[in-house]
Every structure is written in structure tokens, then in C-alpha cells.
Write a protein that binds this ligand. Structure first.
Ligand SMILES: Cc1cc2nc3c(=O)[nH]c(=O)nc-3n(C[C@H](O)[C@H](O)[C@H](O)COP(=O)(O)OP(=O)(O)OC[C@H]3O[C@@H](n4cnc5c(N)ncnc54)[C@H](O)[C@@H]3O)c2cc1C
Length: 394
């Protein structure tokens, strides 16, 4: 139902990609979304999406990607999330973070070796910044990368919350490159390409999550993991900056995931309200119900407009991009919470049981307010940027 608005803003090729995402979501993702929740992570479906090009959306054709613009990417991601938000998360993380960071900061050799197969969907990427005691305050991470005599690195420590941390082939992982006696804050963090089949890369048990249960989330022990010099991305002191740059675009991926969840919940709610009868009439005939659906639809489309505006600013590298990216991610995720909560209400008691999909969507929506920056952190960024954009540091 979101397509008419978005499609109008897309060029013909973008529309085709978005239409393909919608078809895959309707035919392959949605019918098995509830089952996937109860199974191990479904790498096969992600590989299938890779074969269709969805794992190389933002990578230019010269590196075997689809080279889509940001709006096409977000449209496709929203459609995939409409079908199954957990599968869309794998696509979002892979496209927004590890591939984008390699594209921007990797050497030609790194792009040949890793980016090209990632864009073709042959290698799945993940992103590991967070640790048990370094979430919102990611600069305080403690995993250590120690330089060896031959210019390589040895990684030790523990990372947490790694989406696809066991199944992915490569992780873009952030560790301290400064010396224990000479800590340099954000300037002491490097970004590394870590193949998950290396000795010393030890995934922990999978987290038992409230929602997105079909997505894999693990902690990872780094136990003397040895890497050659070619595994460092860019400068050893610049990793945190690369992470933040990646997250500015990545947050729009999460915004689109939230929009897809909300759209799915709204679609289910309208269909149910048209069918369910009480007092001898479909409940959708009641004004109280129509007002509720009207509020859900308005909030959702306002968030979508904001997300698409942010996409243009990010793509054009405008100074307001950071603020808009945060505003879009915050608003879309909070809209998704409102819309899914109200969708449960529209279903009454049936909304509270697993047999009907809005219960799952309500659980899935919650984490969009948490990962890639909590709503509180985004409010802080937005407030700070308002002063910065005017040259008024506070
Ligand atoms: C399912 C899932 C998947 C994830 N996937 C990944 C991944 O693939 N890679 C990765 O690196 N990370 C991932 N994360 C981690 C995620 O990004 C962090 O959970 C998030 O950044 C919040 O960190 P935290 O959980 O440590 O919460 P904390 O930072 O401890 O926050 C606790 C509370 O304090 C608030 N708070 C903190 N600081 C402030 C402040 N300055 N002002 C106001 N309030 C504040 C927060 O908003 C929150 O409400 C994932 C998390 C989840 C749940």
C-alpha cells in the first residue's frame, strides 16, 4: 500500500527493483515469517535475496553491485521488512554497514577480495561495534587489537549483540588500536575485516529475544585472533569515524525496517476491521475505529516522508544529513511502536495471541527504538546538531 507514493519518486529501474522486493516479500517472506521465528537463522533465504542482487544494492556496478540510489534501497528494504522484518535486518546490516564501509575506506585489494563477493551475495557481512559495557557509549569499547612485529594484528576481548555474528562470513569489527597506557578515546579505535572462520573467533550462545526471533544475535569472544595487515580498514585511528559515517546511512535502513513493520500492521488492521463484526456490523464501520486507523496511517506516512527526505540529504552529503537521519530513525521507530500497538488493539483479544500476525509485529517493532542508537541518543544528537548547524557549540 506504500508503493504508489514511493514509486512515483523512483526512476524506472528503481521501481523495478522495488517491485521485485515487494513480490519476494509477498510470495517468499511473509508466508513463512511466523515459522522462521521458531527455527534457526534462515541463511538460505538471505542467500536467495543475494542471488537477486539485494545484498549489493548500494555497491556500484563496477564492484558487481546493483548501484541503486538510496531511495530505491530504502523502498526495497521497506518491502522486505513488510514481508519479514528479521530477514530485512540481515539485508539492512549487510548493505548499510560492512559493504558501505569497505566501499568508502577499503583499498582496491580489499574491495576485490571482499566487497565484490559481498555485493554478489556470496559472502554475508555483519557489523560489530557494541560490547557488554559499551552500547550508547560505544567509544568506551575495550576489545584490543595489538600490532604484531610483521605489521599484522592480534585481537582479544568480547563483543556483544552481533547480528548474524555466527552465520555471517565477514564481520566489520571495531577494536582499540591505542596502547593500554595511552588511551586516545575515539581516536584509538580501528576497523577490521574479520573472517568468522578464523581460529580465535568464538561466537557465544544466541540471545533469546522478545522480537525479531528469526534474526541471529550473539556475543563473540576474540581469543588471540590473528589477522594480517590487509585486514585493517583505512587508518588505525579512524575506525570510530568510519562507524559513525556508516551509521548515518544505516539508521535510514532501520527507519525503513520500522516503516515496513508498521505498514504490515496497518494492512492487517484494516483488513481485520473490515471483516470482524460486532453489534451486527464490521468494527471498521465505527467512527472510533476509523479515527484510530486514520491516526495510524497519518503517523506512518509522515515518518516515511521524513525518511525519504533524510535519504536525499544523506546521499547529497548535506550538513543536515546527520540530524535528519536521527530524526527519521527516531520517528519511524516510534511510529512503528504506535501503529503496531494500535493494530493489536484493533484485533482485540485476537491481537494478543500468536495465531495472528500483529502480536509478532508488535514485538518486532520494539527493537527499532533501541539498536543503531536508542531514541534517547537520537534526541541528544538532534539537539546537538541544531546548535552545531548554526555554529553555536554548546
Ligand atoms: C537485537 C539487537 C541486535 C543488535 N545488533 C547489533 C549489531 O549487529 N552490531 C552492534 O554493534 N550492535 C548491535 N546491537 C546493539 C545496540 O546497538 C545497543 O543495544 C544499543 O546501542 C544500546 O546500547 P545498550 O544496549 O548497551 O544500552 P545502554 O547504552 O546501556 O542504554 C541503557 C538506557 O540508557 C539510555 N541512555 C544511555 N545513554 C544516554 C544518554 N546520554 N542520554 C539519555 N539516555 C541515555 C539509553 O537510551 C537506554 O534507554 C544490537 C542490539 C539488539 C537488541
Amino acid at each position: 500500500m506504500s508503493r504508489s507514493y514511493t514509486a512515483a519518486a523512483l526512476h524506472a529501474e528503481g521501481r523495478q527493483i522495488c517491485d521485485l522486493a515487494e513480490k519476494v516479500a509477498r510470495e517468499e517472506l511473509r508466508p513463512r515469517a511466523a515459522e522462521r521465528e521458531t527455527e534457526d537463522f534462515d541463511r538460505a533465504i538471505v542467500d536467495q535475496l543475494g542471488e537477486l542482487g539485494f545484498l549489493g544494492m548500494l555497491v556500484p556496478a563496477e564492484y558487481d553491485g546493483l548501484g541503486t540510489d538510496m531511495l530505491t534501497y530504502l523502498c526495497a528494504l521497506e518491502e522486505l521488512a513488510w514481508g519479514d522484518p528479521a530477514v530485512a535486518l540481515s539485508v539492512s546490516v549487510h548493505n548499510s554497514l560492512p559493504t558501505r564501509i569497505l566501499l568508502r575506506h577499503g583499498t582496491e585489494e580489499q574491495k576485490e577480495r571482499w566487497l565484490r563477493p559481498m555485493a554478489r551475495g556470496e559472502l554475508l557481512g555483519a557489523f560489530s561495534l557494541s560490547e557488554a559495557n559499551a552500547g550508547s557509549d560505544a567509544v568506551s569499547l575495550t576489545a584490543q587489537a595489538t600490532r604484531t612485529d610483521d605489521g599484522g594484528w592480534v585481537l582479544d576481548g568480547e563483543k556483544m549483540w552481533v547480528t548474524n555474528g555466527e552465520t555471517a562470513d565477514l564481520i566489520t569489527l571495531f577494536a582499540r588500536t591505542d596502547e593500554p597506557g595511552d588511551r586516545r578515546g575515539k581516536d584509538g579505535i580501528g576497523a577490521f575485516v574479520v573472517p568468522t572462520d578464523r581460529p580465535g573467533y568464538v561466537p557465544g550462545k544466541e540471545e533469546e529475544k522478545m522480537g525479531l526471533r528469526a534474526s541471529e544475535t550473539v556475543s563473540v569472544q576474540l581469543d588471540g585472533l590473528e589477522l594480517g595487515p590487509e585486514h585493517l580498514i583505512g587508518e588505525p585511528s579512524m575506525g570510530f569515524k568510519y562507524a559513525l559515517q556508516g551509521l548515518t546511512g544505516g539508521r535510514l535502513g532501520i527507519a525503513s525496517q520500522a516503516l515496513g513493520i508498521a505498514q504490515a500492521a496497518l494492512d492487517h488492521a484494516v483488513e481485520y476491521a473490515a471483516e470482524r463484526e460486532q453489534f451486527g456490523t464490521p468494527v471498521g464501520q465505527f467512527q472510533g475505529m476509523r479515527f484510530k486507523l486514520a491516526d495510524m496511517s497519518t503517523r506512518l506516512d509522515a515518518a516515511r516522508s521524513l525518511t525519504h527526505r533524510a535519504a536525499r540529504l544523506v546521499e547529497d552529503g548535506e550538513p543536515e544529513a546527520r540530524r535528519f537521519s536521527s530524526m527519521a530513525k527516531m520517528e519511524a521507530s516510534e511510529a512503528a511502536m504506535q501503529v503496531t500497538r494500535e493494530a493489536v488493539q484493533v484485533f482485540g483479544g485476537y491481537g494478543y495471541v500468536r495465531e495472528y500476525p500483529v502480536e509478532r509485529l508488535f514485538r518486532d517493532a520494539k527493537v527499532t527504538e533501541i539498536y543503531e542508537g536508542t531514541s534517547e541518543i537520537h534526541r541528544s544528537i538532534i539537539g546537538k546538531q541544531l546548535f552545531r548547524e548554526r555554529g553555536l557549540e554548546t
